[in-house]
Design a protein around this ligand. Sequence first.
Ligand SMILES: Nc1ncnc2c1ncn2[C@@H]1O[C@H](COP(=O)(O)OP(=O)(O)OP(=O)(O)O)[C@@H](O)[C@H]1O
Length: 257
Amino acid sequence: MTQALVIDGLTRRFGGVTALNAVSFTVPLGQTRALIGPNGSGKSTLINCVSAVDRWDDGSITLADRVIKGKDPVGAARRGISRTFQTLRLFDDMTVLENVMVAMHHSRGYGLLAAIALAPKYRAAEKRMREQALELLTLAGIESEANREAGTLPYGHRRLVEIARALALGPNLLLLDEPAAGLNDTETARLAELVTRVARPDLSILVVEHNMEFVSSVASQVTVLDNGNIIAEGTPAEVREHPEVLRAYLGASEDDK
Ligand SMILES: Nc1ncnc2c1ncn2[C@@H]1O[C@H](COP(=O)(O)OP(=O)(O)OP(=O)(O)O)[C@@H](O)[C@H]1O
């Protein structure tokens, strides 16, 4: 299996706290892998490193053999890494369609100058982008909301828009940071359906999530972090039964289970 994302010996310290301690794992091309662990185990730190929002102290991250540098989110996006955040970051006063198209403009480098200088060509590109954005919204099942202001959408639909926007960048690696947080069961099931539907042979997905039902329905492999260390890896069914995982979660608060 071709490895898309390779994390090797990743270490991140915050003063005296080792948030990630020589963490190594891979996500093969076309696979969806989940990252779980109790609160404070290092999941957000890891996703911030992979998306190059943060820097790290030791180890390396490569995507399709290309090295990802720390504190370079624009460079990471250029290398095909796209992410969502725990807290929604949509442009509330723009329409749903515009929110998705913004990502396309950005990734294709169309600015105002291009719009003026390349008017006919730009219009054709703009039309194509609109069609592609609508296709993504259709995939997410929210095409009927395309012209609605993003800020007026119910929370669950806003999550779907965020994923459609992340996909609009045409990524090779999609990072989803607690996408099911705050969703009810129906919305979570719909989100799982979307994540399953976007799977492509040239797209790898890494999802950080607490909801094990969601994890079991989208991910073939799960990595479990505790105190910055990997304590288990395997299928969702395997890690659920793993003694180290049970110990980590039983030792944590009820909220983490
Ligand atoms: N900017 C920071 N400064 C200092 N310590 C930090 C910082 N970010 C994270 N940490 C520490 O690193 C450790 C891992 O935190 P991280 O947020 O990655 O865990 P997590 O698994 O994502 O937790 P949660 O499930 O609560 O989001 C924790 O001990 C946390 O306090």
